[in-house]
Design a protein around this ligand. Sequence first.
Ligand SMILES: NC(=O)c1ccc[n+]([C@@H]2O[C@H](COP(=O)([O-])OP(=O)(O)OC[C@H]3O[C@@H](n4cnc5c(N)ncnc54)[C@H](OP(=O)(O)O)[C@@H]3O)[C@@H](O)[C@H]2O)c1
Length: 252
Amino acid sequence: MAVEAPAHRAETVIVTGATGGIGTALTRRLAADGHRLHLMGRSIQVLRELSLGTTATCSSVDLRDERAIREFCRGWTEPLYALIHNAGVVHVSAVDGPDALDEWNDTLSVNLLAPYLLTNGLQDRIVNGGRIVTISSQLGRVGRAGYGAYCASKFALIGATKCWAHELGARQITVNAILPSWVSTAQALGDAQRQSEQQGIYLDEHLAAVVSQLELRRMTRPEEVAALVGFLLSDDAAGISGQDWLLTAAPG
Ligand SMILES: NC(=O)c1ccc[n+]([C@@H]2O[C@H](COP(=O)([O-])OP(=O)(O)OC[C@H]3O[C@@H](n4cnc5c(N)ncnc54)[C@H](OP(=O)(O)O)[C@@H]3O)[C@@H](O)[C@H]2O)c1
C-alpha cells in the first residue's frame, strides 16, 4: 500500500528568530520533519550560513521596524503552512530604570507587535488547516522583579494567541502558545548572569539554585521546545488550538 505524504509539506513554514538558540533547534527539527522553511533574523550572513545545504530561504527583517515587516508581508505571495513567532528580546530594569521607556518600546515591538503585524499581514496566505505557534514564556504567567516589559509582552502574547485561535478557527487554523521556563540558550544564560550579579553570587551557584527548583532539575533543551513545535505542526495536532503549553515550571 502506498504511503501518503504528510499533509502540507509543500507549503512553507516561517520561523522568526531563526538565528537564536531555540530558533536554530527549530530549524533543524522542522527541516528533519520535512517542512520547507523560511528563516528570519537580522543578520543575512548568519541566516545564509544556517540555510546552507538546505532548501530553506531567508529574509533579514528587523522586527522593530513596522514598515519593514509590512513590506515583507506584501512581498510574500506563496501559500504558507505555518508561522512560528519565536524571536524575542529581554531587557531587565525596574519600573523607574533610566532607560525603561526605550526598553519597553523595544520589548513590546519585537515580542508582541511583530507577531501581530506578521499575523495580520500573512493570515490570508495561511492555508486552511495551517498553524501558528507563538513562543511566549513562563513569565507570561508569573511576574518577576525587573521584568515588567518582558512579562507584559509575554502575558499579552498568550492573550493574542487565544484570540487568534478563535478568529482563525473557522478555517481550521490552529494557534497555540508555548511557555518555556529556563531553556539552555544565550538568552537564558544572559538572564542568569544578570541575576547572579544582582545577588552578588557566582553564576554557577545561581544556576544550581535555579535548576534545583525545576521539576526535572535541569534546564529545558532547545530541542525539546522544537519537538513541541514539531508536534503542533503535525497532523496529529490538528484538533488542538488556543492552548498555552508550559514547559517545566520554575518560580518567577
Ligand atoms: N531561553 C529561555 O530560557 C527562554 C525562556 C522562555 C521564553 N523564551 C523565548 O524563546 C524565544 C527564543 O529565545 P532564545 O533563548 O532562543 O533567544 P536568543 O538566543 O537570544 O535568540 C533571540 C532571537 O530573536 C531574534 N531577534 C531579537 N531581536 C530582533 C529584532 N529586533 N528583529 C529580528 N529578530 C530579532 C534574534 O535575532 P538576531 O540574530 O538578529 O539577534 C534571535 O534569532 C524568545 O521569544 C524568548 O523570549 C526563551
